[in-house]
Design a protein around this ligand. Structure first.
Ligand code: ISJ
Length: 125
């Protein structure tokens, strides 16, 4: 990998400085997004375990509809395309539901005595 940027080599120094300043902010924002998403997934993993322990379904369409309505309104106020905000949330929620399905499967597997050596009963018991 090279440190030179062929797309900006042609620009003057002022343009390159402005671009570098903006890209620094973009990098900070991307880092914040990753950290916020990581925290969100920590919460949703806990929700998944709670649901699995109480045999609740992985998805909650009513809750999703309320979140989408709320996020669309927030996006409009922030001058962000609400359709994009909805797509983005749906993308994340789909991943969360996959996690919840996996947790439910694993919880079910762990609860089956024959699948868990620690709780497997001896013959004749
Ligand atoms: C996290 C939950 O599970 C699912 C994922 C959601 C989300 O990522 O926000 C919302 C609703 C559910 O379909 C929940 O029920 O709160």
């Amino acid at each position: 990998m090279t440190t030179s940027d062929t797309t900006t080599d042609e620009a003057g120094p002022a343009v390159r400085e402005e671009l570098a300043r903006l890209r620094d902010s973009i990098d900070n924002i991307d880092a914040a997004v990753v950290h916020m998403l990581a925290e969100r997934f920590k919460c949703t993993q806990q929700v998944g375990r709670l649901k699995a322990a109480h045999q609740l379904p992985p998805a909650d369409p009513g809750r999703e509809a309320r979140q989408i309505a709320r996020l669309r309104a927030l996006a409009e106020n922030a001058k962000l395309d609400p359709a994009f905000a909805e797509k983005f949330l749906n993308f994340i929620i789909a991943e969360v539901i996959r996690h919840h399905e996996r947790i439910a499967e694993d919880t079910l597997g762990g609860a089956t005595p024959s699948a868990n050596p620690a709780t497997r009963s001896s013959p004749g018991e």
